[in-house]
Design a protein around this ligand. Structure first.
Ligand code: C2E
Ligand code: MG
Ligand code: MG
Ligand code: MG
Length: 278
């Protein structure tokens, strides 16, 4: 029987699938070395204030400079990192690198800005995570108000842990955003239980401003306003979207309309132009 099963598996093992699996093992092997080899890089995407059109901060977005495949976006490897626990060393590197970079920018006079770091639910689940954040700030010499963490609604699955971890993070003085808001499965009740500063409306609602997405955005703004939570719209690409968001008093926006994610040096040039200091 076992033999038969294997045989039939073999039949379904198409060339294409084989390619994918080899590729995945290859990526996993390469990813294991990427941190040590210095192949990871952070790019930065501006976040803007919608009433002043000024820059308020930068979101760090991970890029992998693969020696053969070139620049790989996180959508293609973060899930592998999560499944293999490589997210631990990678996430630690991201946190430290973002703090180091923000400290450099601070020393160049960018006091009005902050840096946001995406945190995987796997990293967040680790009981030592708040200490890791404290350590990253301390090592970089970065005051906590210049750091913000972006977590997704998925962390609400373990509400007790999330409340305790978020409370510790807030005690450090670090900001917290809920990323991709509106796409998760969790209930709205956690909004009142979790100490959060900002909601990031998922780009899927912003991209297509049809009647129902407009209604969803208005509801999110309404709830957030009542709770004193700032709202930022993600994936803003057009002036029409900017106008809609301004009309409905959305405070902040981020997207290709302003800028794509930029390598650190170009991000600094963008800052100099848009921070309102010049
Ligand atoms: P996210 O945090 O929701 O980031 C927004 C993603 O949308 C980014 O893709 C960004 O480049 C893209 N984006 C921004 N504005 C626009 C726009 O106007 N139009 C369109 N079409 N796209 C836009 P990216 O950099 O490929 O990152 C994808 C996701 O990977 C992120 O989604 C985040 O969940 C995850 N990620 C990125 N960096 C890290 C990291 O350092 N650690 C972890 N754990 N996850 C990360
Ligand atoms: Mg994010
Ligand atoms: Mg998002
Ligand atoms: Mg996302």
């Amino acid at each position: 029987h076992a033999k038969e099963g294997r045989k039939s598996n073999f039949c379904f093992f198409s060339e294409e699938l084989h390619q994918k699996i080899t590729n995945r093992l290859e990526l996993e092997r390469d990813l294991r070395r990427a941190v040590g080899q210095g192949e990871l890089e952070l790019w930065y995407q501006p976040k803007m204030n919608l009433s002043s059109s000024r820059l308020i901060g930068m979101e760090a977005l991970l890029r992998w400079k693969h020696p053969v495949y070139g620049i790989i976006a996180p959508g293609q490897f973060i899930h592998i990192a999560e499944e293999t626990n490589l997210i631990t060393p990678i996430g630690e590197w991201v946190l430290k690198e973002a703090c180091r970079q923000m400290k450099v920018w601070l020393e160049h006079g960018m006091e009005g800005l902050s840096v946001a770091v995406n945190i995987s639910f796997r990293q967040f689940a680790d009981h030592e995570f708040p200490e890791l954040v404290a350590k990253a700030l301390h090592e970089a010499g970065l005051p906590p108000q210049y750091l913000e963490l972006e977590i997704t609604e998925s962390v609400a699955q373990n509400a007790m842990h999330a409340i305790s971890a978020l409370t510790k993070i807030k005690e450090l003085g670090v900001g917290v955003s809920i990323d991709d808001f509106g796409t998760g499965y969790s209930s709205l009740s956690y909004l009142s239980q979790f100490p959060i500063d900002r909601l990031k409306i998922d780009q899927s609602f912003v991209r297509n401003l049809n009647a129902s997405n407009q209604a969803i955005i208005r509801s999110i703004l309404d709830i957030a306003n009542h709770m004193n939570i700032t709202v930022i719209a993600e994936g803003v690409e057009t002036l029409e979207q900017v106008h809609f968001l301004q009309q409905h008093r959305c405070q902040e926006a981020q997207g290709y309309y302003y800028s794509k994610p930029l390598p650190a040096e170009q991000a600094f040039e963008y800052m100099v132009k848009h921070s309102g200091k010049t």
